[in-house]
Design a protein around this ligand. Sequence first.
Ligand SMILES: *Cc1c(COP(=O)(O)O)cnc(C)c1O
Length: 373
Amino acid sequence: MNIYGKLGVPSVINAATTLTAIGGTLMPDEVRRAMDEAARSFVDMHELHAAAGKHLAKLTRNEAAYVTSGCAAGLVLGILGARNGGDPAMITEYPGHPEAPYEVIMHTSHRIPYDPAVGLAGAIIRQIGNNKQTFDWELESAISDNTAAVLYVANDTLPGSALALERVVAIAHKHQVPVIVDAAAQLPPMDNLWRFTRDLGADAAVFSGGKNLRGPQASGLMVGSSAFIEAARQNGSPHQRWARALKAGKEEIAGLVAAVERFLTLDHDGTNRDSLRVVEAWHAAFTDRQGISAVIEPTNSAGQPLPRLRIAIDDPERAANVLTSLENSTPRVVVLPHTHNGQARGFWITPELLSGDEAELVHAAVDAALRSA
Ligand SMILES: *Cc1c(COP(=O)(O)O)cnc(C)c1O
């Protein structure tokens, strides 16, 4: 019996996406081996961070890199570093001092459930624009002596009203304000590892290690300029400072290094073709049913080029029943529900994280759920 069985918590099949709430991702052999090796001896953590950062920088064609305990943790560390420049005397001061408030600028259309990371760094979010439009002058006029950074969320499925990243970088840099890109789920495509930073000029981009990189769930990868990353690093563990709570251990560092090495060797186009075949088979199976339509979509909820199938159910009550039935399936198949104005409309399924015969198990569970409701 495995650890989940011993604890009485059934494992689930992930036909949704890299959702942290169901464990995010699964680590391939190379990653688990690296973590296991790392767990067997002590190492100087300052030296390990520096060496892993140097190696990851080279692999990702960036000036510098740093392993964090997640993307959200990387945002906190990046914002703290932007605020205090890694200066030890400034780091010891409480970052969110009420008499010295400081701000992080975000597009309104970039407000996401992960942006409390800004508050955890002691900063206040200053919004620019709205969901329909944003103007250059709004960014210009939002920048003040209190501005620590601009936080830019890279995700093509957000309302497309933000300024282009190049524009944001040009304006922010004119005022010596750094730009941090939240790129948590923006891999693949692989070239995003250097596109936001080396190509488009952002000071840092932060990726989740525990999403499609398939690294440890509690890991993150920050890449960018040497100065920005050094300042962020000064705030984190193993230093005994404010952000010590956001610790990446030696196992996470080793696992993430192995995950990035592996990711760079993958044939993403080939994997995508295989995934598309699975999605097409599901489509063929579910499309000709009364009150149901199935649509193949080329990208997932983070805008990544990973195909999925949307199953739309005309009757909201039936849609809700189908979702309940899937929740009660054995093994439980987790899908991404589609709701609109508070009503169930259907769901998405994706082969993104399935292995072995799970695509067939998903097929069977969805088939049974659609028939039962
Ligand atoms: C998942 C996600 C995060 C959080 O990433 P963690 O690695 O779990 O900390 C932040 N921002 C976005 C856009 C995400 O999708």
